[in-house]
Ligand binder design. Structure first.
Ligand code: CAP
Ligand code: MG
Ligand code: MG
Length: 473
């Protein structure tokens, strides 16, 4: 069936959610989304698309007598369809959404009930587009990787981090010992693992106390600043804030701690609460459970790009964006890198939309060139003032180790990210400290433009890492 015939199959209700001649979808009135959609039951793709637009804006499965001429203005509109690829573009009037910059409200609409409808047999949100006027209504990041770089005095290379392993089971003093070993080995950044909380064998207050002691010791011995990202995810708001306040009042220097939130399982309200309550703290968004929505094999959900864009909108300072096929997690090279670039650059091409997050006019080619050059170098543009919405730094972990640092940088195309290697540091045959040293050496080799094999000839810790991790492949 061609379009004309498809349109004829629409019922009276479905027709009110279609406008294939929408004047200018990017006129600022709409959030735009593009879905891969397969119809369910005996519907055709256009009928199913209109049902999705209906359910994710003003409608339900029957036309209701209570609709008004104004409520119809709030209808989401199917405005483009690619029949050959089963792609559907939907425009959502911004006025549908909760005022005050509420992310969970948007997601409840556009990837809420619709993912469970019988009327689709596949529905995946592949890309979203926000108008500049819309961006201004949302928080975006406050404390960024640029602030962390200033604090650490680390430029022109990735921030070298780890996750403490074993993932769980160390008592507080043992946990802090591993932090110390990584920091004195030259690592910059340590994070709690995503399930770390107030386990009986590692009480939260003890973990904070011992980490502070370990950090003080490491800073003193190395003369370098260090950062620890504490998982503040909790059962309720009060407990989350209590954990944040425990850290704030433990004597850490501002800049030396970050708040980690399990954004999917703790929820967007937790993410936005932390962003609004602690604008001067690095907000670390861990995306555990994202696979339920983002895995390529999953016909329902949304892409890593969509998740990452909403994390930036919500104000995450850093967001896990995957290791682009280099590490242990699923996630294709191109898709992970597109997600990473879309949250760190001030403008970039998505899978379907070009998203501009900055104020630099499109035709100001020189500034655009400078801004791209400036990633993690800070030679040119000292701060984020040229951005409309500040950048979110990609956080890269998932099975990386010192031998994979350069391969990942090559895929990423820049060094403006934080890498948190867990096993990559703690599985080193000679332990965490040498694991950190090997990571630092792998980064030094990259900065000197020589291979790790060459550099390992005069750097034992790296040599051991290469033989171990290459064997473990
Ligand atoms: C990595 C990690 C991270 C995952 C999350 C883990 O440990 O701590 O949580 O990488 O994946 O628990 O597996 P390793 P992503 O470094 O030892 O693999 O970053 O893709 O969200
Ligand atoms: Mg983890
Ligand atoms: Mg991780």
């Amino acid at each position: 069936m061609d379009f004309k015939e498809l349109v004829k199959t629409l019922n009276e209700k479905q027709l009110t959610y279609l406008n294939l001649n929408l004047e200018n979808p990017k006129n600022g009135e709409y959030l735009l989304g593009v879905f891969h959609l397969l119809p369910g039951g005996d519907l055709n793709i256009l009928q199913a698309a209109c049902e999705v637009a209906s359910e994710s804006s003003t409608g339900t499965n029957f036309p209701v007598k209570t609709a008004t001429s104004f409520s119809r203005e709030m209808n989401a509109l199917v405005y483009e369809v690619d029949l050959s690829k089963n792609l559907v573009w939907i425009a959502y009037p911004w006025r549908l959404f909760d005022r005050g910059g509420n992310i969970q409200n948007i997601l409840t609409y556009i990837v809420g009930n619709v993912l469970g409808m019988k009327k689709v047999s596949a529905l995946k949100l592949l890309d979203v587009w926000f108008s500049p006027s819309f961006l201004e209504q949302y928080d975006g990041p406050s404390y960024t990787i640029d602030d962390m770089r200033k604090y650490l005095d680390v430029y022109d290379r990735p921030i070298l981090g780890t996750i403490i392993k074993p993932k769980m089971g160390l008592i507080a003093s043992e946990y802090a010992e591993v932090c110390y070993d990584f920091w004195v080995g030259g690592g910059d950044f340590v994070k709690n693992d995503e399930p770390q909380a107030n386990q009986d064998f590692c009480p939260y207050d003890k973990m904070v106390k011992y980490v502070k002691q370990a950090m003080d010791k490491a800073v003193k011995e190395t003369g370098k600043k260090k950062v620890h990202s504490f998982n503040v995810s909790a059962a309720d708001y009060d407990t989350m804030i209590e954990r944040c306040e425990m850290i704030v009042n433990a004597g850490f220097e501002p800049g030396s701690y970050a708040f980690l939130i399990d954004g999917i399982t703790a929820g967007w309200m937790a993410v936005q609460t932390l962003r609004r309550k602690y604008p001067n703290v690095f907000l670390h968004f861990h995306r555990a459970a994202h696979g339920a929505f983002t895995r390529e094999e999953n016909p329902f959900g949304f892409s890593v790009l969509v998740l990452s864009k909403f994390a930036r909108l919500a104000g995450a300072s850093g967001m896990h964006t995957g290791t682009a096929g280099v590490g242990k997690m699923s996630g294709s090279t191109s898709k992970d890198v597109v997600a990473a670039h879309n949250i760190q650059l001030f403008k970039d091409k998505g899978h379907f939309f070009n998203q501009n997050w900055g104020r630099i006019p499109e035709d100001d080619v020189d500034s655009i060139k400078l801004a791209k050059l400036d990633l993690a170098k800070h030679i040119i543009l000292e701060d984020d003032s040229w951005r409309g919405m500040k950048k979110t730094v990609p956080i890269i972990s998932g099975g990386l180790n010192p031998t994979l640092l350069k391969p990942f940088i090559d895929v990423m195309g820049n060094v403006d990210f934080i890498t948190t290697m867990g096993a990559g540091a703690h599985a080193h045959p000679n332990g965490t400290r040498e694991g950190a040293i090997a990571l630092v050496q792998a980064c030094e080799a990259y900065q000197k433009g020589i291979t790790i094999q060459e550099y390992a000839k005069t750097h034992r810790e790296l040599e051991v890492a290469i033989s171990f991790f290459s064997k473990m492949k």
